[in-house]
Design a binder for this molecule. Sequence first.
Ligand SMILES: Nc1ncnc2c1ncn2[C@@H]1O[C@H](COP(=O)(O)OP(=O)(O)O)[C@@H](O)[C@H]1O
Ligand SMILES: O=c1ccn([C@@H]2O[C@H](COP(=O)(O)O)[C@@H](O)[C@H]2O)c(=O)[nH]1
Length: 301
Amino acid sequence: MEHNLHNGDTAGKDEVKSPFLIGVAGGTASGKSTVCKKIMEQLGQAEMDHTQRQVVAISQDSFYRELTAAEKLKAQKGLFNFDHPDAFNEELMFDTLQLILKGHKVKIPSYDYRTNSLDFENMLVIYPADVVLFEGILVFYFPKIRDLFHMKLFVDTDSDTRLARRVPRDINERGRDLDAVLTQYMTFVKPAFEEFCSPTKKFADVIIPRGADNTVAIDLIVQHIRDFLNNRSCHGSTGNMALYMNLDLGVADGGALAGGDAVASGSSNTYNAIRRFSTLCKELTMKGNVFFETNKNLPHH
Ligand SMILES: Nc1ncnc2c1ncn2[C@@H]1O[C@H](COP(=O)(O)OP(=O)(O)O)[C@@H](O)[C@H]1O
Ligand SMILES: O=c1ccn([C@@H]2O[C@H](COP(=O)(O)O)[C@@H](O)[C@H]2O)c(=O)[nH]1
């Protein structure tokens, strides 16, 4: 079945907003959605009308492939591997993110875990925004998609905690019984995490230990997004954000600020934001609240 997922609308003819795209990966029940929710709450976006939001969050689960009748039967018996990359519609995910980056409004289905299927009756409308968070277990797995992100976060919560959270969640919210949750976990979820999800941690720019409990890391990311939003409202483009995201923060080698051009060409606001962010990064890395990778994977603008 074909579904038209966008209507081609942009923010307006004169002002096409290309959002800053943040990928949020991590194992099942690591707290990816909770981290996104906290970021949105702290930015005052959660309660806002969704047509007006500057920051929006999207789940990779909206891009599960539609299952064949035979696969559906397997899924109902807990015998379908939803943690394998083949379970996702990579092309649709890529095309949708491209449209979002071009400032289009898109419509995506919600996901119904009880029926293991996309819910086209309840489409989610994603309006053009300044910052888009895209979260899921395998958002860094596909190279083409990975390359679209301007910033990559990995929520790193230990596997016992994740299992302890997944069991009640799947029973209470996803209509499963204990036996099915544990069998699926041991057969598919755990091996696929080790093979496909965990190795993508190396692509992250920022690793968040302990997930949503790590308020220091979340505050840092929120401050960074705030700086971006303030900067964009001053300059009207993503240009300066791209400059500071491309900085080598130099955490490992004494913390010198690199990217002289960014400092020279930016406003004093930008310069102060860069300094604040760089200093905070160094302090937090020392305290073990966040791990920074130097930004070798960031796209160049
Ligand atoms: N820091 C936390 N403390 C306690 N429970 C949490 C915490 N973070 C998440 N949870 C709970 O764990 C479950 C999975 O969290 P969620 O954010 O949905 O993870 P993910 O999006 O990575 O699958 C949810 O029921 C959520 O309420
Ligand atoms: O029909 C489905 C689809 C997915 N799952 C499981 O969901 C998680 C991914 O969602 P998180 O919120 O990141 O936990 C994945 O591990 C799948 O196993 C499912 O059980 N049924």
